[in-house]
Design a binder for this molecule. Structure first.
Ligand code: PHE
Length: 338
């Protein structure tokens, strides 16, 4: 005669096969495998069985538990699959898909990418600093005293806590030298902010690429060579480049650079694109004070720095008449650079 457990197995498997849905299936599981379920009760009763029956019942119970568990899992998987195909049946795969418009790189970013690529070929690494700055990094360390007009409320956006929106990317010169000893050869692209009257050539936010090169025996000739090479890579080999004497507190001597090229729409007109000069010894001394060492000994190291106006460069390269177009998000404008 078959063991009563064989009957139990058959009942369990039959009920699993006929369970109409997931809930019924769960009820069957509880009934057989749950805490007070039949299989569990048999296991609990093993102790009271005669010695010779124990191994037979033990083996049977194991088989049953395995078989019932597997059958439940298979049935549950069937329910899941059925549900999924029911959902899919409601989707019309012949409908056209959702189309996504393809974006393009903003002209300012294109200009930036091109410029960075040229400087990378000359061995410049990328550096960066925050847009919200301290007066120290924006002015004091750059040899710009407290009574300098650039620090005036009218030119600078001040925050309530005394910090400010950097008025130029020259802040990154200081941050770079504070965190690493010479030699230094970096460029730092980024935004700068001034409380200018907004018009076709001035925005409250504009973009610069700062450059800093510090080593032994760096000269004005190196500065000229680097920037002339850069501007001719950008605007063509027959671009005329003019260095005009200028004044910045943090460089000495200082220059402004103008370019002129028949390849440009701006034609035979000089356009100012850059401020630059040889790093002022007072800047090295300020950096040493903040580093608490003499890493930038002005007797040993020299350097040049420059700040290129990216908006201006993009405007002359792409013949854009108004700086405000960069930030207006007008697709008629932006699509022309896609
Ligand atoms: N920071 C200057 C400006 O914004 C440009 C500059 C950078 C000049 C580095 C000299 C050296 O006008």
């Amino acid at each position: 005669m078959a063991h009563p457990l064989e009957q139990l197995r058959e009942d369990a498997l039959a009920q699993i096969a006929s369970a109409p849905d997931e809930r019924a299936l769960e009820a069957v599981r509880v009934k057989f495998l749950g805490r007070g379920g039949s299989v569990t009760r048999w296991s609990d009763n093993m102790k009271s069985l005669p010695k010779e029956e124990k191994p037979i019942v033990g083996r049977l119970l194991n088989e049953i538990r395995t078989a019932v568990t597997a059958a439940i899992e298979t049935r549950a998987e069937n329910f899941r699959a059925e549900k999924e195909s029911a959902t899919l049946a409601n989707i019309d795969i012949s409908l056209p898909g959702t189309s996504h418009e393809r974006g393009a790189i903003h002209p300012l970013t294109q200009m930036l990418d091109r410029s960075i690529a040229v400087f990378r070929r000359m061995g410049f690494a990328l550096a960066e600093g925050p847009d919200i700055e301290t007066e120290w990094h924006c002015f004091d360390a750059l040899n710009t005293p407290a009574d300098h007009p650039a620090r005036n409320e009218q030119d600078t956006f001040y925050l309530q806590d005394g910090r400010l929106l950097r008025t130029h990317t020259s802040t990154v010169q200081i941050r770079t030298m504070e965190s690493a000893p010479p030699p230094i050869r970096v460029i730092a692209p980024g935004a700068a902010y001034r409380r200018d009257e907004v018009d076709a050539t001035h925005g409250a936010q504009f973009h610069q690429i700062e450059g800093l090169y510090v080593d032994e025996k760096v000269s004005v000739a190196n500065l000229k060579g680097t920037l002339e090479f850069f501007l001719r890579e950008l605007f063509g080999a027959d671009t005329a480049v003019r260095f005009r004497p200028h004044y910045f507190p943090f460089t000495e001597p200082s220059f402004e650079i103008d370019v002129k090229s028949s390849a440009l729409k701006s034609g035979e007109q000089w356009v100012e694109v850059c401020g630059c000069g040889m790093v002022h010894p007072a800047v090295f001394e300020a950096v040493n004070r903040s580093r608490r060492d003499n890493a930038y000994d002005p007797e040993k190291w020299t350097g040049f720095a420059f700040g290129l106006g990216m908006d201006r460069l993009a405007m002359i390269l792409f013949d854009i008449p108004d700086i405000r177009l960069f930030a207006q998000n007008d697709l008629r404008f932006l699509r022309q650079f896609a």
